[in-house]
Design a protein around this ligand. Structure first.
Ligand code: ADP
Ligand code: ZN
Ligand code: ZN
Length: 732
């Protein structure tokens, strides 16, 4: 009789090797790759996954010494494609398998059925409760009976004390029940089910190309459709076809709280077959969905980045909506990109992958141009609604008084009109990852590093300009290096100041401010809801507003200062600005009334702005590609960053230096290691940050160097933390 050996990954984040165990006779049928098992480790039992099985007979000396698997857990094994996918993720992103599994697999299995906390209506009070909010909550609960805690929090922001009051008075009570899949409560209701929508010929053509491959064969598609061209309808069609073929479907979206419309359409059309996985789910809710997918009771997942790890069986299709979005990249710990992961998962599952966007990333666009992806195009808005008109306000020619304001006379005028007509406006100020830079008020150029073609960052202590790619430094120039003007300004504007100004000029304005860094998901949901209902005139915020909202009342969209994103010390700054302006402009004129877009800038002739105004993606992509190629940035070279952070700047830098030396000693001529340099945000939460930048034409050379470094340095030591970022989205 032959006996097989199981190679098991223990669920320990730092582990990158498998341990071997004997498979006792009672488990020969169940101990398969992907099975979850308990195995002895020293004197205790630990859980893990069988990743491989090899044959080794009882005569085999090594085999004889092995210990036995103690238990195979009674749950379905991971699908085979999943194991190959997770191994790929580990190798490609230079992360130990244990860390990948820790991210991919919820740690719930031993804990029994999943229960969620609900509030349940009990009684109306004899005397009304004094707090308005408490009464609103109570009235709501009377209508619906009960509501999960996390949903109530979205519907009634900052309501914890009101809830406590209601509990204390016995008007509501806490119950625990099995979590329902419905997660957005009211936000998701009232969505049209889309019955009666007939695909237009372009949508039809896209669907026809993908359909024959569903559940059969891998191929990647880039669905390039302008804003409002009906991409969602294409996704829904493909997903429905996958279900009809007995397959499952995975749909990734950047952030669900920001796009309740999409979740609404999916729910309305697919009902209980779809589970929505947003980022505000608790661990146990996430685990619940994960498990239902594994057992086949959920067949469609609509989810954010982490949904790429949901073990759907028989995957028929994967869709990645807004594929250019940064949110697909995990920016801490195990830094993976779910968009790129989707392609690899599709390859291992043997199913088509559709990446959709109005402004594809240059990476995907190039893959389509070289024929690696099939290009599908939706060039027009549904029902031929016109694209909004984009108008520039040239900040160079504003009067002296207006020079220090971000509300130009033209914009003020436009806002006044919107308010008078009871329409709505979105004002947009991009300042994520803000790094101060110098901008010439006369020619609109920022001061750039001569070696990297990247905006240099302004430092005050000591005063100088620094390039955060290569560490090149100069004195702060008195005059603009491009045109000689003395009118250089340090760009640094806050939302607060703009809000203040608006309130001064429009005393009755109903205004809300949304800031990606400060807004909690629940606050966000509440503001977007109020805006959708017409309870606000103006929403002012950061790029959080650029996502796929559909507010029919919005007729004015303004970008307050386009330079804020163009001047970031980031090789993708131009691409991001283009996509931002296009997406933001796409928010205008979604309803019956035409939309208007105002972009305020010091350099209206800039190629990014020109192409964005003309809604000319291809024109932009061709120019930007040329620049990337010439300057040596992706997609023409591969980049990786290694981040080092610690409380002690000297020790942190030293570790970065020795890591750099390890990689340089291996480096053939096709790998360049730049640094260490101080990170753009050098000090954060008492930690000092350094970075190494790797550039190479060869993925293999880069991957090998990173693994060699990782095998010596690991995830850091002596209080210094090391993180590897393969294909960084941003160097901030
Ligand atoms: P995108 O995601 O490309 O920005 P959406 O999918 O949100 O566009 O579609 C915009 C609007 O057009 C939605 O209200 C959608 O219901 C509607 N729509 C999509 N396809 C059709 C169609 N073939 N006929 C009529 N309306 C459509
Ligand atoms: Zn100048
Ligand atoms: Zn430089």
């Amino acid at each position: 009789m032959t006996e097989n050996t199981a190679h098991v990954l223990l669920l320990v984040p730092s582990l990158n090797r498998l341990y071997s165990y004997k498979i006792p006779a009672m488990f020969v049928d169940t101990a398969v790759p992907g099975a979850r098992v308990k195995v002895p480790v020293r004197r205790s039992l630990r859980e893990g996954y069988i990743l491989e099985i090899s044959s080794g007979g009882p005569g085999d000396a090594v085999h004889r010494k092995l210990r036995e698997i103690k238990e195979v857990l009674p749950i379905p094994p991971l699908p085979p494609g999943m194991i190959a996918f997770l191994k790929w993720m580990s190798n490609y992103y230079v992360a130990p398998l244990g860390q990948v599994f820790q991210t991919a697999i919820p740690d719930f299995l031993a804990r029994g059925p999943i229960q969620a906390k609900y509030y349940e209506f009990q009684a109306m009070p004899d005397v009304p409760v004094r707090s308005d909010k408490a009464m609103q909550i109570l009235t709501h609960l009377r209508e619906v009976g009960s509501e999960p805690q996390h949903v109530l929090r979205v519907l009634f922001p900052s309501s914890d004390s009101s809830i406590r009051t209601l509990l204390r008075k016995g008007l509501i009570k806490v119950v625990y029940k099995e979590a329902e899949m419905q997660d957005h409560g009211q936000v998701l209701q009232d969505m049209p089910d889309g019955v009666g929508i007939v695909l237009n010929p372009e949508q039809e053509a896209a669907v026809e190309q993908v359909t024959p491959l569903i559940g059969r064969e891998f191929k990647a598609f880039l669905l390039h459709g302008v804003t409002g061209s009906g991409k969602t309808e294409v996704y829904l069609n493909l997903v429905t076809r996958a279900l009809k073929a007995g397959k499952t479907a995975l749909v990734l979206v950047p952030e669900i709280a920001l796009t309740p419309q999409m979740a609404g359409s999916f729910k309305a059309r697919l009902h209980d077959q779809v589970a929505v996985m947003h980022s505000a789910l608790t661990r146990s809710q996430r685990a619940d969905i994960w498990f239902r997918a594994l057992t086949g009771s959920v067949r469609v997942i609509l989810g954010v980045r982490s949904a790429i790890f949901v073990p759907l069986q028989d995957l028929g299709i994967i869709v990645v909506d807004e594929e250019h979005e940064n949110t697909y990249k995990q920016e801490h710990g195990f830094r993976y990109n779910a968009r790129d992961g989707a392609i690899v998962r599709g390859m291992h599952e043997g199913c088509p992958v559709v990446l959709g966007s109005a402004t594809p990333s240059l990476d995907s666009f190039n893959n389509a141009a070289t024929g690696k992806y099939v290009y599908l195009s939706l060039p027009e808005r549904v029902s031929s609604r016109p694209m909004p008109e984009v108008q520039f306000v040239d900040l160079r020619f504003q009067g002296e008084a207006a020079r220090n304001s971000l509300i130009s006379p033209a914009l003020e005028d436009a806002i006044a009109q919107v308010i008078a007509r009871r329409e709505q406006a979105i004002l947009f100020l991009n300042r994520k990852g803000f790094a101060p830079f110098l901008l010439c008020k006369d020619c609109g150029q920022s001061v750039q590093c001569p070696h990297c073609s990247i905006s240099m960052t302004l430092h005050h202590h000591p005063p100088r300009m620094v390039c955060h790619y290569c560490d090149y430094m100069t004195d702060i120039p008195q005059a603009c290096p491009s045109c000689g003007s003395m009118d250089l300004v340090n760009v640094g504007v806050g939302l607060e100041k703009v809000v203040e100004e608006l309130e001064q000029r429009f005393p009755d304005i109903r205004l809300a401010r949304l800031d990606a860094d400060t807004a909690s998901t629940k606050r966000l949901g509440a503001i977007l809801n109020a805006f959708a209902k017409g309870e606000l005139d103006v929403v002012i915020g950061t790029q959080i507003l650029a996502k796929g909202h559909d507010f029919p009342g919005v007729t004015l969209v303004a970008v307050l200062l386009a330079e804020l994103s163009m001047g970031l010390p980031d090789f993708r700054a131009a691409e991001r600005t283009f996509s931002l302006i296009t997406q933001v402009a796409g928010r205008a004129g979604r309803g019956d009334k035409p939309g208007r877009v105002i972009v305020q800038t010091y350099q209206p002739e800039h190629y990014v702005l020109k192409y964005a105004a003309a809604h000319d993606y291809t024109g932009f992509a061709v120019v930007e590609n040329g620049l990337r190629k010439q300057r040596g940035y992706p997609p023409f070279v591969h980049l990786s960053v290694v981040w080092f952070s610690g409380r002690d700047p000297v020790a942190t830098r030293e570790l970065a230096v020795s890591a750099a030396n390890i990689m340089r000693s291996m480096a053939k001529k096709d790998l360049r290691v730049l640094g260490p340099v101080k990170a753009t945000i050098f000090k954060a939460r008492e930690h000092y940050r350094f970075q190494l930048l790797l550039k190479s034409d060869s993925r293999k050379a880069m991957n090998e160097a990173l693994w060699a470094m990782h095998n010596t340095v690991g995830r850091g030591h002596h209080g210094v933390n090391v993180e590897i970022d393969v294909d960084p989205m941003s160097l901030l």
